[in-house]
Design a protein around this ligand. Sequence first.
Ligand SMILES: Cc1ncc(COP(=O)(O)O)c(C=O)c1O
Length: 475
Amino acid sequence: MTTRYQQVADHISDQIHAGLLKAGEKTPSVRQCANEMGLSISTVIRGYELLQDQMLIEPRPQSGFYVRNQYQPSQPPEISQPLVRPSEVNLDNLAVTLLQLSQEKNIIQLGTAPPNTDVASVKHLSRIMSKIIREDTHEPNGVADYDPPPGNTNLRRQIARRMINAGVNVHPDEIIITTGCQEAMTLCIRAVTKPGDTVLVESPSYFGTLKAIESLGLKALEIPTDAKNGISLAALELAIREWKVTACILTPNFSNPLGYCMSDKNKQKLRHILKKKDIAIIEDDIYSELTYSTQRPKAIKAYDEDGEASNVLLCSSLSKSLSPGLRIGWAIPGRWLKQVTHLKVSSSMAGATLPALTAARYLEMGIFDRHLRQMRRFYKEQRDYFLHLVSLHLPKDIRHTHPEGGYVIWLELNKKIDSMLLYEQALKENICIAPGPLFSVSGQYKNFVRINYGKATRKQLEKAMIVLGRLIASY
Ligand SMILES: Cc1ncc(COP(=O)(O)O)c(C=O)c1O
């Protein structure tokens, strides 16, 4: 539910975005707005405070509020042009280094993609966890026991309930609890492929997925992907005509790093094209709950069929929407349920019991939706603030995505700029960014960087963008 002061902020921000209130113009006075909307003065003042936080308006002494100069969103990067041919995957150590660097307290962390966990609703988890430990009776199925696949029943029931919003009607017994989305993805990829097979990936692609492909001895075929519409279906059709492909791995909702959200029509079309050739779709659904709108987008799995006709394996977790430390993920592998269950046993035997009990209890309490509303608004405001900083501190020839969900952004810098060098220079100044080549198996994206704008404070973001602007200008 939107609060009243949020309604005030939305009302004014809609007028600004529609061009009805232009930069430098005075907004309606607090009293006028209160009268028009039938709200109290204090509610309108809170709404105006929110608009100031969003960098949309600014106060002028003894005069009122004025619309700020807005950033001009730049063009998104052009559709990617990877080499459309299967490649061996040989990633260097950079992904591991980035993850290790993410533990360094004195570094401004923009390089990896953890969510912002500095909010009350997440701190609530530790209280739930302590309560579960206190209440534990040391009976079978308690905290100290194994939680073998498919995993905690209550948790699977809660996940099945949430999947309805994705358009997916699934029985809890069709869900397997995993150690994060990464394990779900690895198990699902293993279930449908054998070493040497070729899999399609969106390009640029999340480096954890590329790591999984590398470790399983598969070849990756990178498909051109557009920052707005997602993976090119035309290029994908050409690729599967030319090459023998076993699976297609993608994040259709708020992909990492492009942040695109595929339309329902394209999701249906993609499923149809791949179904005809019996190519499995491994769908990474991890960012869907972090839409900036009110309703999470549908999953490709929503268009899947039952039984042997199924060809979509959905993977997700609570890592981005709640807490990565829980390591609670899940797979809905359709007709590969049995294989994924066996692989889960061979990979880790069982999941950790305490996080599963905690996540189940948290979801049962019915507070997750409120938390999501708070996070969606927070990340949207952070995006606007970050883009404001981009327009202030980075050169004008930059192109960037405009995510409508999640919290990562993909920046295309001038071709002269080597993002690996920029990464090293920024690190010397205690700023960590993710250089573009991490997101490709064929060394693409040398002048791109991915930035997580959701975790750092505004002060840290500002400092980082001033430094990056200076480093880029020195080229
Ligand atoms: C697209 C995507 N998939 C999977 C993962 C890994 O998720 P988890 O932490 O749940 O294993 C990440 C983490 O950054 C991600 O961005």
